[in-house]
Design a protein. Structure first.
Length: 139
């Protein structure tokens, strides 16, 4: 469930949409040191929101600053909207509400292609979260 006191918009660069286990799904990859990781580890729901180009500066801020240290909602001017037990933003053009179905830590033992490890010189591996898409909104 979304808690109005604990919102952390994050710009996710690594991900995909597809189908798995007969369900429409979103795949996102988050490093353990990200504040968002703490929210995802609790399970439940997450949203993926898509915006018009004019929101690029707000999204850039969400990707550069940590919600541990910054009130990103206030700094970006985005307006939270609570729906289906999750949070999105009024400015989003599309929102996918996802229920976490599975997660797996990607570490050195899971890499087949040698070049992948070059992205993890600090051993700060990503965890993959698979979310079943349970609702889609269009503004």
């Amino acid at each position: 469930m979304a808690d109005s006191d604990k919102i952390n918009p994050m710009t996710v660069s690594w991900g995909a949409l597809g189908e798995i286990w007969g369900k429409d799904a979103a795949f996102i990859f988050i490093r353990e040191n990200r504040y968002t990781y703490e929210f995802l580890e609790k399970g439940g729901l997450f949203t993926l929101s898509f915006y018009d180009e004019k929101y690029r500066p707000a999204l850039a801020l969400c990707g550069k600053k940590s919600g541990r240290d910054t009130d990103k909602v206030k700094e970006t001017g985005l307006t939270p909207v609570f729906t289906d037990g999750a949070v999105t933003f009024e400015q989003a053009k599309y929102t996918l509400v996802c229920r976490i179905a599975a997660s797996a830590l990607l570490d050195e033992s899971s890499f087949i292609a040698g070049y992948i490890g070059e992205n993890y010189n600090k051993n700060d591996y990503h965890k993959m979260f698979i979310g079943e898409i349970i609702k889609v909104y269009e503004n």
